[in-house]
Design a protein around this ligand. Structure first.
Ligand SMILES: [Zn+2]
Length: 220
């Protein structure tokens, strides 16, 4: 097995949970760019200093530095059999950098897209209600409180967080689709894009993902 696994899917598709489950099942580390950059910036190394400079100037870290950080992290022993990559690539130029990293490491890239109708995501996200007292989370469609607007646990008032307002959600979802379009196209064209339905339970989605990863690992 020598897979770089990339999960794609909008907010609410359960990407984070699935990544964690995959990493555990296949004993692969999750390599998350955000976390990695924070770590590197703390280190007293030439690369660390350059990352820190970017962050202090308020600019995004440049692609070649990002690639260097990823290269460095993923050349470690625990990534030999592959890894789950989170937060990269985000743009077309970054896909090329990842090709170079993968080729150097002898890894294959498998992209799994969690496909989920936007209408379903609206319900999952816009239906969310949070207790103003204890923070317990409900969903008016899938997991309603016994009494509308009232927390089952503590009797507190339920409210909709501003992140969960329908407008904000619609905007985020359409931004996500637009932003990831070049990546989706690129990986579809190069035959590395696999899709799973995100409509089932987390366990069902996970089972479909495992099949894809196992097939990918066997095919080369
Ligand atoms: Zn409560």
């Amino acid at each position: 097995m020598a897979e770089i696994i990339i999960l794609m899917g909008p907010q609410g598709a359960g990407k984070g949970t699935q990544a964690q489950m995959l990493a555990e099942k296949f004993s692969l580390p999750i390599v998350a760019t955000g976390e990695m950059l924070r770590e590197v910036a703390k280190s007293d190394s030439p690369l660390g200093h350059r990352v820190k400079e970017f962050q202090e100037s308020g600019n995004l870290v440049s692609d070649d530095i990002l690639a260097e950080v990823i290269s460095h992290r993923t050349s470690q022993e625990d990534c030999k059999r592959g890894y789950v990559l989170d937060g990269f690539p985000r743009t077309a130029p970054q896909t090329e950098l990842l090709e170079q990293i993968a080729a150097k490491q002898g890894h294959n890239i498998t992209v799994i897209k969690i496909k989920i109708p936007h209408e379903f995501l609206y319900k999952r996200l816009a239906g969310r209600r949070t207790c103003s007292l204890c923070g317990h989370i409900y969903n008016i469609y899938f997991k309603p409180s016994k009494q509308e607007g009232v927390c089952d646990v503590c009797g507190g008032e339920l409210f909709t967080r501003s992140d969960d307002k329908e407008d904000a959600i619609r905007r985020r979802l359409s931004e996500y689709t637009k932003k990831t379009k070049p990546l989706v196209q690129y990986y579809a064209q190069t035959g590395r894009m696999k899709e799973v339905s995100g409509l089932g339970t987390p366990e069902e989605v996970f089972a479909a993902m495992c099949k894809i990863v196992e097939q990918a690992a066997q095919s080369h």
